[in-house]
Design a binder for this molecule. Structure first.
Ligand code: MIC
Ligand code: SF4
Length: 644
């Protein structure tokens, strides 16, 4: 029986378990990446592990999220990460060099290798044939120390691409179509593998747009084969030496199959407030808009920017629209400057932003009240833009640019003939903003520089005999990590200060949560399905940990968040009978007797009691032995120390 590409790469990296779908496997990690908003914690955790030098083939620390620097906090974090990186063997991509996923694709990604990153859009690397997975900072710290990374052996979905995209229809429309069909929870436990004749019509940056936003499916990752197109991209980046051809066997067996005829796709948009709420641009056309933001790790490649510049050339942004553009990397920005495309953007009235996440994470450019904002980004969760009632639509760069000129939602196919856009034979290569670490023998000479905002992370306690705690919060379905631990310009600078950032925990849902949880001392959270979707931020587990949350009981969890809860020593459980969700109210007293003993049970059943209402209910868990041990120890750090 033939193998899928996913199975080939995973089995080549398998160090624990067997390739049995649904069971836990441990894989060796070749590369890691961090960004600054999750990186400070990840490096504090790495330091706490006491491993002197990273053991990966390549680890890179990027600064791209917190670049506003409206106080000392961001800059202190940058300095801390820069110095830690230098000391411990990590490459440091300086602020201004670009968004982690874009730069990693350009300068470091290697087909067939494994990559984990403390950012949920790490699957961007799948565009170049990597198994690239988003993870919590602690998992990345462990992988940097040479530790194994654990995932549930995934099912593999085949997306069979045929045909060719029509003019002005984009890679973004492909992933929006997949999201429309599969939904934001459709990818949980799965890898999305793209195959078929249509693959070769897509460039590497286009493939990366698709794998990037595969994160919104809840998928473990997404991957494209490595072929002649990949080779051409690597060659143009001066890295043809790392090319290897990779694809699934012709007789590979998949768990699910989706067929997409690229020729039939039309421009699409994800409407507020979910990436799977997809409509056609045509249906939305004519709607008045206030803002357009082009950029983010989904759509900020040179190819995207050249298309935008072409559309804007010689025109002016509509008087009622604010257009901002953030090219994804220094390489992209520099090449736009060199070939004059940047001038076309500036001339049209675009507000050029630095190469960073910027508006995507609410770092500036929040829309006006009730503002309608078209963005080429990947997430449109409520409030994420920084404007609570902002209405965010996720679109392709083509749709964004066309709409910015017209002042109304515009189907880019109305632009007329489309010229052919080609990637250059050779990108402008200058890695002068990537600082290499010092050699191992010189590491003692490097001082790690810490600012006053950097506080130690909360220590978790070994699992108690009995959890007896009140429900501090009950929430509904599809709660995102942006609900649990919001980002944005005001809160992001507190990422290295858990006590302080905890004040904003769940503030979007309930401003009193922080005080109530602290007052309760210990508590339990009740959630609906797909709880914790979105970001990889472990702050969404560390803040609840700091506030005394002992267990989270939901209808279902998103993958990275569930792993982060276990890493923090908080017990995630799902209702055996979903109807029990309705019977429990906020402030009810929940008692879980002998929880440790119960977790040991092989059947995964946990009996809980709502003592306020006086009924028992059952929860289910599916912990591996390693996860059980982590929970007994009170999280991954304690567990790692115990096993060291
Ligand atoms: C995001 O897009 O939500 C982020 C900000 O990049 C996060 C990481 C973070 O919260 O720092 C992610 O996607 O993991
Ligand atoms: Fe940055 Fe936005 Fe990409 Fe997250 S999704 S890494 S915030 S650009």
């Amino acid at each position: 029986m033939g193998l899928t590409l996913t199975e080939k790469i995973l089995s080549a990296h398998l160090v624990e378990g067997e390739m049995v779908k649904g069971t836990e496997i441990g894989i060796k990690i070749d590369q890691t990446l961090t960004q600054d908003a999750t990186g400070t914690m990840a490096y504090l955790e790495f330091e706490a592990m006491g491993v002197p030098r990273v053991k990966t083939e390549r680890s890179v620390a990027y600064i791209d999220h917190n670049t506003l620097q409206s106080g000392f906090e961001n800059a202190d974090d940058h300095r801390f990460i820069g110095s830690v990186a230098k000391k411990h063997g990590i490459y440091f991509s300086r602020p201004g060099n670009g968004i982690c996923h874009q730069v990693h694709l350009e300068r470091f990604g290697i087909p067939g290798k494994t990559l984990i990153g403390s950012d949920s859009h790490t699957p961007t690397g799948g565009g170049i044939g990597m198994i690239a997975i988003g993870a919590g900072g602690m998992d990345v710290a462990v992988a940097m120390g040479g530790g194994t990374y654990y995932i549930t052996c995934p099912k593999v979905v085949k997306v069979n691409l045929t045909g060719k995209l029509q003019p002005w229809v984009a890679a973004k429309d492909v992933i929006l179509e997949v999201l429309k069909r599969m939904s934001v929870k459709g990818g949980v436990g799965k890898v999305i593998e793209y195959c078929g004749e249509g693959v070769k019509t897509l460039s590497v940056p286009e493939r990366a747009t698709i794998t990037n936003m595969g994160a919104e499916l809840g998928a473990t990752t997404s991957i494209f084969p490595s072929d002649e197109v990949t080779k051409g991209f690597l060659k143009a980046q001066g890295r043809e030496g790392v090319y290897v051809p990779l694809s699934a066997d012709a007789d590979a067996v998949y768990d699910e199959e989706i067929n997409i005829n690229l020729s039939e796709l039309v421009p699409l948009a994800a409407c507020p407030h979910s990436p799977d709420n997809v409509k056609t641009a045509e249906d939305l056309s004519g709607m008045k808009i206030d803002q357009v933001c082009i950029g983010s790790c989904t759509n900020s490649s040179l190819l995207d920017m050249l298309k935008v510049a072409h559309i804007l050339k010689g025109k002016t942004v509509h008087p009622d629209v604010s257009l901002s553009i953030a090219p994804g990397s220094k390489q992209v920005l520099n090449m736009l400057a060199q070939n004059g495309a940047l001038s076309d953007m500036i001339d049209a009235g675009a507000r050029i932003l630095e190469s960073a996440c910027g508006p995507c994470i609410g770092m500036g450019q929040s829309p006006n009240s009730k503002g309608i904002s078209l963005r080429t980004f990947n997430r449109n969760f409520e409030g994420r833009s920084g404007t609570k009632d902002g209405q965010i639509y996720l679109v392709s760069p083509e749709t964004a640019a066309a709409s910015a000129l017209a002042g109304v939602f515009t189907d880019p196919r109305t632009l007329g003939e489309m010229p052919e856009f080609k990637l250059p034979e050779r990108f402008t290569i200058n890695d002068n903003m990537i600082a290499a670490p010092v050699p191992a023998e010189e590491m003692d000479s490097v001082e790690v520089l810490r600012g006053p905002n950097i506080k130690p992370f909360p220590v978790s306690e070994p699992l108690e005999e009995t959890i007896d705690a009140k429900v501090s919060l009950k929430v509904g379905d599809n709660i995102t990590t942006d609900h649990i631990m919001p980002a944005g310009a005001k809160i992001l600078p507190l990422r290295s200060n858990i006590p302080k950032i905890s004040e904003y925990c769940f503030a979007v849902c309930d401003e009193k949560f922080h005080d109530r949880a602290l007052e309760m001392g210990k508590s339990v959270i009740i959630g609906g399905s797909n709880y914790g979707q979105g970001s990889s931020r472990e702050h969404a587990a560390l803040a609840p940990l700091y506030l005394g949350v002992k267990a989270v009981i939901t209808k279902s969890f998103a993958r990275i968040h569930m792993a982060n809860l276990i890493n923090a020593g908080i017990v995630p459980m799902t209702f055996a009978n979903e109807a029990d969700y309705d019977r429990i109210d906020q402030t009810d007293e929940i008692v879980i007797e002998h929880i440790g003993e119960q977790i040991k049970n092989d059947n995964g059943k946990i009996v809980c009691e709502d003592r306020t209402k006086g009924f028992k209910f059952e929860c289910v868990t599916d912990f591996s032995q390693r996860q059980k041990d982590m929970l007994y120890a009170g999280g991954l750090l304690n567990y790692t120390k115990q096993n060291a």
